[in-house]
Design a protein around this ligand. Structure first.
Ligand code: HEM
Ligand code: HEM
Length: 284
């Protein structure tokens, strides 16, 4: 039986021998088969295109905690309102559809490759941050977007101007440990994942334009295990470190503002926490 050398994604850090295309049973979808290659290419396209769309939201969204470091809650609040004017009307196509597509394509591709090669992937920072982000992001969306829309009192459908950085400040002030953990965790996972992911997407676009995309797999020989040159990874590390520091300063400034929330708004925010906990998303 003929054997063909097939280089699996960089995260596997190995070269496996898999059956050559000609020896695949007809209709089989192995990574080395034509259909397998097309399937992986499709998943990679969905994964990368949806990630690019979601990055637009993320960039706008993270501008307000960064602004908090410079101008406190006033500047951060204004930044968030401007950002929300941009992304709220496009919420389904800018946020939820790309997020759902990115996650489903990523998980399908990973499951498929793991099953076909019968090897667990190497634990790269990109992979770890991607999966850890899920339990941070879901409660964030539930508590910051879904529950605040509850029409019954005392929440009474918190409007965009009523629900923003003031809620973040209140949450940091009344629940400092869980709130700092949740916000810093979100940023600390999302930013390296997005930065490393963007580098992979740039390489993918270059290969697409050159017509040298390997079967939907992000392979970059002569580079590091994560498929990204060491120098660029080091710069990304410094970028993350600097960004986290700025976000931390922003959150500390917001924390002090949390003491000034009115009793009326505090009751509504408390119900958001209570309802989020009842739904089973207690952390954030
Ligand atoms: C310090 C960091 C963060 C703070 C203070 C923060 C704060 C907020 C606030 C106040 C909202 C409700 C207002 C709105 O809809 O825009 C919100 C919504 C949201 N946040 Fe964050 N966030 C942070 C980080 C992140 C990160 C890193 C992500 C993504 C990985 C994220 C994803 C979302 C999503 C998807 C929504 C719902 C947006 C919508 O449906 O319109 N957040 N966040
Ligand atoms: C914000 C912009 C984002 C970018 C640029 C991005 C980019 C990428 C890329 C390029 C991959 C493919 C990696 C590969 O095949 O080698 C990937 C995988 C993945 N992403 Fe994202 N992503 C983003 C946001 C997110 C978010 C918000 C989540 C989670 C809620 C997430 C979860 C995952 C997971 C679980 C994987 C699969 C990891 C694996 O099994 O290798 N990503 N991402």
């Amino acid at each position: 039986m003929a054997l063909a050398s097939f280089t699996v994604p960089s995260t596997y850090r190995t070269t496996l021998n898999v059956m050559a295309v000609s020896s695949e049973p007809s209709g089989a979808i192995g990574p080395g088969s034509k259909r397998g290659g097309q399937f992986l290419r499709l998943l990679t396209g969905v994964q990368n295109a949806s990630a690019l769309v979601f990055s637009v939201f993320l960039t706008v969204h993270l501008a307000s905690p960064l602004a908090a470091a410079v101008g406190g809650i006033k500047l951060a609040g204004k930044t968030m309102l401007i950002g929300r004017d941009l992304y709220l009307p496009l919420e389904p196509i800018l946020i939820y559809a790309p997020l759902a597509l990115h996650l489903s394509a990523s998980i399908t591709k990973r499951a498929y490759l793991t099953l076909r090669t019968r090897r667990l992937p190497a634990l790269t920072i990109h992979l770890i941050t991607g999966y850890l982000l899920i339990p941070f992001l879901l409660p964030h969306i539930v508590s910051h977007r879904l529950v605040p829309q509850t029409p019954s009192p005392p929440i009474s459908s918190l409007s965009p101007s009523e629900f923003g950085l003031e809620f973040v400040a209140y949450s940091l002030y009344t629940r400092p440990i869980t709130s700092f953990f949740a916000y810093l965790g979100l940023v600390g996972l999302a930013v390296p994942h997005a930065v490393l992911g963007s580098m992979k997407i740039v390489s993918w676009i270059r290969r697409l334009r050159a017509g040298t995309e390997p079967v939907g797999v992000q392979e970059t020989p002569r580079r590091t295990a994560a498929g990204i040159p060491k120098g660029r990874r080091r710069s990304a590390g410094w970028l993350l470190f600097g960004l986290l520091d700025v976000v931390l300063v922003g959150l500390v400034r917001l924390y002090w503002e949390g003491a000034h929330v009115s009793g009326f708004m505090a009751r509504r925010y408390e119900e958001v926490f209570a309802k989020t906990a009842r739904l089973g998303f207690g952390l954030r």
